[in-house]
Design a binder for this molecule. Structure first.
Ligand SMILES: [Fe+2]
Ligand SMILES: [Fe+2]
Length: 244
Protein backbone atom coordinates (compact mmCIF):
# COMPACT_ATOMS: atom_id res chain seq x y z
CA UNK A 1 0.00 0.00 0.00
CA UNK A 2 1.31 3.42 -0.93
CA UNK A 3 0.45 5.83 1.87
CA UNK A 4 -0.73 9.23 0.65
CA UNK A 5 -1.86 12.53 2.15
CA UNK A 6 -5.55 11.69 1.63
CA UNK A 7 -5.37 8.58 3.80
CA UNK A 8 -6.79 8.73 7.27
CA UNK A 9 -3.91 8.31 9.68
CA UNK A 10 -6.00 6.06 11.95
CA UNK A 11 -6.53 3.61 9.06
CA UNK A 12 -2.85 3.64 8.21
CA UNK A 13 -2.00 2.64 11.79
CA UNK A 14 -4.61 -0.11 11.79
CA UNK A 15 -2.97 -1.36 8.63
CA UNK A 16 0.61 -1.25 9.99
CA UNK A 17 1.09 -0.78 13.74
CA UNK A 18 4.88 -0.66 13.33
CA UNK A 19 4.46 2.95 12.24
CA UNK A 20 3.42 4.00 15.77
CA UNK A 21 6.90 5.11 16.90
CA UNK A 22 7.35 7.20 13.75
CA UNK A 23 4.18 9.10 14.45
CA UNK A 24 5.28 10.06 17.94
CA UNK A 25 8.72 11.02 16.61
CA UNK A 26 7.02 13.73 14.59
CA UNK A 27 5.29 15.01 17.72
CA UNK A 28 1.86 13.79 16.58
CA UNK A 29 -0.33 12.62 19.45
CA UNK A 30 -3.16 10.13 19.37
CA UNK A 31 -6.78 11.21 19.51
CA UNK A 32 -6.79 12.53 15.94
CA UNK A 33 -10.15 10.97 14.99
CA UNK A 34 -10.75 10.50 11.29
CA UNK A 35 -8.42 13.24 10.08
CA UNK A 36 -6.34 12.70 7.00
CA UNK A 37 -2.57 12.79 7.01
CA UNK A 38 -2.67 16.17 5.30
CA UNK A 39 -4.92 17.67 8.00
CA UNK A 40 -2.83 16.23 10.82
CA UNK A 41 0.40 17.51 9.27
CA UNK A 42 -1.10 20.99 8.91
CA UNK A 43 -2.20 21.05 12.52
CA UNK A 44 1.17 19.85 13.81
CA UNK A 45 3.34 21.93 11.46
CA UNK A 46 4.86 18.80 9.98
CA UNK A 47 6.05 18.80 6.36
CA UNK A 48 3.60 16.29 4.82
CA UNK A 49 5.97 15.23 2.02
CA UNK A 50 8.73 14.40 4.44
CA UNK A 51 6.32 12.62 6.80
CA UNK A 52 4.91 10.53 3.93
CA UNK A 53 8.36 9.61 2.71
CA UNK A 54 9.33 8.33 6.13
CA UNK A 55 6.03 6.46 6.59
CA UNK A 56 6.31 4.81 3.19
CA UNK A 57 9.97 3.95 3.61
CA UNK A 58 9.21 2.22 6.92
CA UNK A 59 6.05 0.57 5.69
CA UNK A 60 7.58 -0.91 2.56
CA UNK A 61 11.28 -1.67 2.44
CA UNK A 62 11.06 -1.88 -1.37
CA UNK A 63 9.67 1.63 -1.54
CA UNK A 64 11.68 3.75 -3.94
CA UNK A 65 11.68 7.10 -2.24
CA UNK A 66 14.90 8.55 -3.41
CA UNK A 67 13.68 11.21 -5.80
CA UNK A 68 11.39 13.02 -3.42
CA UNK A 69 13.49 12.32 -0.39
CA UNK A 70 16.48 13.88 -2.06
CA UNK A 71 14.61 17.16 -2.23
CA UNK A 72 14.38 17.51 1.55
CA UNK A 73 16.96 19.46 3.45
CA UNK A 74 19.62 17.48 5.23
CA UNK A 75 18.78 19.47 8.34
CA UNK A 76 15.26 18.08 8.31
CA UNK A 77 16.57 14.57 7.79
CA UNK A 78 19.14 14.93 10.59
CA UNK A 79 16.47 16.25 12.98
CA UNK A 80 14.41 13.18 12.31
CA UNK A 81 17.37 10.82 12.72
CA UNK A 82 18.25 12.44 16.05
CA UNK A 83 14.72 11.82 17.26
CA UNK A 84 14.95 8.17 16.43
CA UNK A 85 18.29 7.92 18.27
CA UNK A 86 16.53 9.32 21.30
CA UNK A 87 13.80 6.72 20.90
CA UNK A 88 16.35 3.88 20.88
CA UNK A 89 18.30 5.25 23.83
CA UNK A 90 15.48 6.35 26.07
CA UNK A 91 12.70 3.90 25.21
CA UNK A 92 13.55 0.83 23.21
CA UNK A 93 16.86 -0.26 24.71
CA UNK A 94 15.74 0.37 28.34
CA UNK A 95 12.54 -1.56 27.59
CA UNK A 96 14.47 -4.62 26.39
CA UNK A 97 16.85 -4.27 29.33
CA UNK A 98 13.91 -4.38 31.78
CA UNK A 99 12.58 -7.52 30.10
CA UNK A 100 15.98 -9.20 30.23
CA UNK A 101 16.24 -8.33 33.93
CA UNK A 102 12.91 -10.08 34.47
CA UNK A 103 13.90 -13.33 32.78
CA UNK A 104 14.52 -16.15 35.26
CA UNK A 105 16.27 -19.47 35.36
CA UNK A 106 16.04 -21.18 38.72
CA UNK A 107 19.12 -23.33 39.25
CA UNK A 108 22.56 -21.82 39.46
CA UNK A 109 23.73 -23.92 36.51
CA UNK A 110 20.91 -22.47 34.46
CA UNK A 111 21.47 -18.94 35.62
CA UNK A 112 24.40 -18.99 33.23
CA UNK A 113 21.82 -18.61 30.50
CA UNK A 114 20.77 -15.27 31.83
CA UNK A 115 24.40 -14.19 32.08
CA UNK A 116 24.79 -15.07 28.43
CA UNK A 117 21.86 -12.92 27.27
CA UNK A 118 23.05 -10.09 29.50
CA UNK A 119 26.53 -10.37 28.01
CA UNK A 120 25.28 -10.29 24.41
CA UNK A 121 22.93 -7.42 25.12
CA UNK A 122 25.72 -5.46 26.84
CA UNK A 123 27.83 -5.99 23.75
CA UNK A 124 25.04 -4.73 21.52
CA UNK A 125 24.37 -1.70 23.76
CA UNK A 126 28.04 -0.76 23.65
CA UNK A 127 28.14 -1.01 19.87
CA UNK A 128 24.92 0.97 19.49
CA UNK A 129 26.02 3.69 21.93
CA UNK A 130 29.35 4.20 20.24
CA UNK A 131 27.75 4.20 16.81
CA UNK A 132 25.14 6.76 17.80
CA UNK A 133 27.76 8.89 19.52
CA UNK A 134 29.96 8.83 16.46
CA UNK A 135 27.09 9.94 14.25
CA UNK A 136 25.98 12.71 16.56
CA UNK A 137 29.49 13.98 17.22
CA UNK A 138 31.07 13.61 13.80
CA UNK A 139 28.69 12.68 10.98
CA UNK A 140 25.62 14.84 11.57
CA UNK A 141 27.49 18.08 12.41
CA UNK A 142 29.68 17.52 9.36
CA UNK A 143 26.62 16.95 7.17
CA UNK A 144 25.01 20.17 8.41
CA UNK A 145 28.24 22.08 7.91
CA UNK A 146 28.52 20.88 4.31
CA UNK A 147 24.87 21.65 3.60
CA UNK A 148 25.18 25.18 4.98
CA UNK A 149 28.24 25.83 2.78
CA UNK A 150 26.49 24.29 -0.19
CA UNK A 151 23.50 26.58 0.22
CA UNK A 152 25.83 29.57 0.33
CA UNK A 153 27.88 28.14 -2.55
CA UNK A 154 31.04 28.88 -0.64
CA UNK A 155 34.12 26.74 -0.20
CA UNK A 156 36.47 27.89 2.54
CA UNK A 157 39.91 26.36 2.90
CA UNK A 158 38.73 24.90 6.22
CA UNK A 159 35.86 23.11 4.48
CA UNK A 160 38.08 21.91 1.66
CA UNK A 161 40.35 20.25 4.22
CA UNK A 162 37.37 18.78 6.01
CA UNK A 163 36.02 17.32 2.79
CA UNK A 164 39.41 15.80 2.03
CA UNK A 165 39.23 13.98 5.37
CA UNK A 166 35.51 13.40 5.10
CA UNK A 167 34.23 11.17 7.94
CA UNK A 168 31.50 9.94 5.63
CA UNK A 169 33.63 7.53 3.63
CA UNK A 170 34.93 5.43 6.50
CA UNK A 171 31.47 5.41 8.08
CA UNK A 172 29.95 3.36 5.29
CA UNK A 173 30.72 -0.13 6.64
CA UNK A 174 29.77 0.68 10.23
CA UNK A 175 26.15 -0.34 10.03
CA UNK A 176 26.93 -3.97 9.25
CA UNK A 177 28.57 -4.49 12.65
CA UNK A 178 25.59 -3.11 14.46
CA UNK A 179 23.22 -5.47 12.64
CA UNK A 180 25.47 -8.42 13.39
CA UNK A 181 25.39 -7.73 17.15
CA UNK A 182 21.59 -7.74 17.16
CA UNK A 183 21.40 -10.81 14.96
CA UNK A 184 23.70 -12.73 17.34
CA UNK A 185 21.52 -11.77 20.28
CA UNK A 186 18.36 -13.04 18.58
CA UNK A 187 20.07 -16.22 17.53
CA UNK A 188 21.26 -17.30 20.96
CA UNK A 189 17.70 -16.95 22.24
CA UNK A 190 16.07 -18.68 19.28
CA UNK A 191 18.57 -21.45 18.70
CA UNK A 192 20.62 -22.15 21.77
CA UNK A 193 19.06 -21.19 25.10
CA UNK A 194 16.59 -23.46 26.87
CA UNK A 195 13.43 -21.53 27.70
CA UNK A 196 13.38 -19.42 30.85
CA UNK A 197 11.14 -20.28 33.80
CA UNK A 198 8.95 -17.42 32.64
CA UNK A 199 8.80 -18.16 28.89
CA UNK A 200 6.38 -15.30 28.20
CA UNK A 201 9.27 -12.93 29.00
CA UNK A 202 11.47 -14.66 26.42
CA UNK A 203 8.78 -14.14 23.82
CA UNK A 204 8.52 -10.45 24.70
CA UNK A 205 12.30 -10.00 24.59
CA UNK A 206 12.46 -11.58 21.15
CA UNK A 207 9.52 -9.60 19.81
CA UNK A 208 10.97 -6.32 21.02
CA UNK A 209 14.39 -7.14 19.59
CA UNK A 210 12.77 -7.82 16.21
CA UNK A 211 10.94 -4.50 16.40
CA UNK A 212 14.10 -2.63 17.33
CA UNK A 213 15.95 -4.34 14.52
CA UNK A 214 13.32 -3.39 11.95
CA UNK A 215 13.25 0.22 13.13
CA UNK A 216 17.05 0.40 13.08
CA UNK A 217 17.21 -1.09 9.60
CA UNK A 218 14.85 1.57 8.29
CA UNK A 219 16.78 4.26 10.10
CA UNK A 220 20.01 2.99 8.62
CA UNK A 221 18.47 2.91 5.18
CA UNK A 222 17.76 6.64 5.43
CA UNK A 223 21.35 7.26 6.51
CA UNK A 224 22.87 5.10 3.78
CA UNK A 225 20.50 5.84 0.92
CA UNK A 226 19.57 9.47 1.54
CA UNK A 227 21.98 11.23 3.86
CA UNK A 228 25.27 9.88 2.56
CA UNK A 229 24.69 10.11 -1.21
CA UNK A 230 23.32 13.60 -0.80
CA UNK A 231 26.20 14.89 1.29
CA UNK A 232 28.70 13.26 -1.05
CA UNK A 233 27.08 14.98 -4.03
CA UNK A 234 27.34 18.28 -2.17
CA UNK A 235 30.99 17.64 -1.33
CA UNK A 236 31.74 17.07 -5.02
CA UNK A 237 29.90 20.20 -6.11
CA UNK A 238 31.63 22.28 -3.47
CA UNK A 239 35.08 21.05 -4.48
CA UNK A 240 34.38 22.18 -8.02
CA UNK A 241 33.86 25.75 -6.78
CA UNK A 242 37.44 26.32 -5.70
CA UNK A 243 38.30 28.21 -2.50
CA UNK A 244 36.69 31.62 -2.53
FE1 LIG B 1 21.78 6.76 13.26
FE1 LIG C 1 23.62 4.72 11.82
Amino acid sequence: MLISAQHKLANVIHHDFRLIPIISRFGIRFGFGDKTIRQICDENSVNPHFFLEILNAFHDSEYKSDKLMQSFSLKQTVDYLLKSHRYYNLEKIPQIQTLIDKSEWQTSEQSKHKELIVKFFEHYKKEAASHIQFEEKHIYPYVLFVEAAFLEQKLSSELRDKIKHSPVRKYKGEHDELNTALFDLKNIIIKYLPPADNPEITIQILTEIFRLEKDMQDHTRIEDKVLLPKVQAMENELLKLGVG
